[in-house]
Design a protein. Sequence first.
Length: 372
Amino acid sequence: MNLRYVVPALGIIAFSNPAFAADSGVTIGGFVDTIFGVGVRDADDAYEAFRAGPPAVPSNTGARPLTGDNDTSANFSAASEIRLGYKVGDAVGAQVDVEYNNNGTDTSTGSHSDVYLEQAYVNWAFADAISLTTGKFTTYAGWVAADADGLYRISSGPIVALYGGELVGAALNWSPSEELGVSFFLVNGLDILNEDSTNTNQDDERFAPAVDVVYKAKDIGTFNAELGYENSVNDVDFFSLGVNATITAVENLTLGFEVIYQDISDENGVGLLGADASRLGLLAMANFAMKEMAVPMSVTGMIQHVNAEIDDAADTSETSTELALALLTNPTGDAKFGVNAELSYQMDTVDAGTEIENNSIGFALEAIAVIP
């Protein structure tokens, strides 16, 4: 595994080919990551009062979000992950991923957790080109990688708020060719937007289905379409549709694109957004690699835009636009060790009858190593 590889939303398809099938049957992987982040913001006085409620578009600038009267922030963060894979014969594999983050949140419960179980699943290839995956796994949704060693920059950006957390359930994976893969999910909940969607307390009569389709075009790139639906016990209907692409047709240049749309029907006003709502996320990225330099490096430019329209008494509208520029380097020449820098600027706007703004600048330095 090399730093900054791209893994679009392949869903469980990536698991149906047991990459961890070493001769010994056991493999270990992961990463160790340290970030120093600085943030500066300029917010309207009314912004904090509004943020007393749940945000539809969370701010994600710098190493930590800036809150309260703190208009500047500087701190270290540390994260690591251990991935243990085990092959059981020729057809069955299992994997466990345990993550540490000194400011982490367990997405299964929403609570603070320094150490938590990110993934634990079994994959059974019971027929030619067909496999079944069961357990806990990262969400099928979204283009941005779930872990630090899969990113083209240091931070993730605001669009990841639309992806949801880990899922618990099963996925049936079908790969009719080397180019095409389809995963059909049935999980306890999509872990998005309402209090009953988390995978620990979903009503067993309200399973959430999802579909993830991936097409790999030779010498062009990868194209992905995703569809998910959830109906919670509180009659909050959630629908999500996403498309994304990774284009690698030009040597040393990688382009990434994503559009994700979500519709929430909340007749009783019991979901976290408290009303009917819709959200739209857009992403565009370009990464240019300079491999022949004395110090191998690449430059990433990325723009993300997230908009939420909430049908409450004030017809609230929330938008977040982020511009980011990152320099990724391998100072020792080894692709498994990186020292990186990132500068980002995020503009958050809330219009609930009166427009209020929160603009922030983030700067981060990172040292990351991939295991093994």
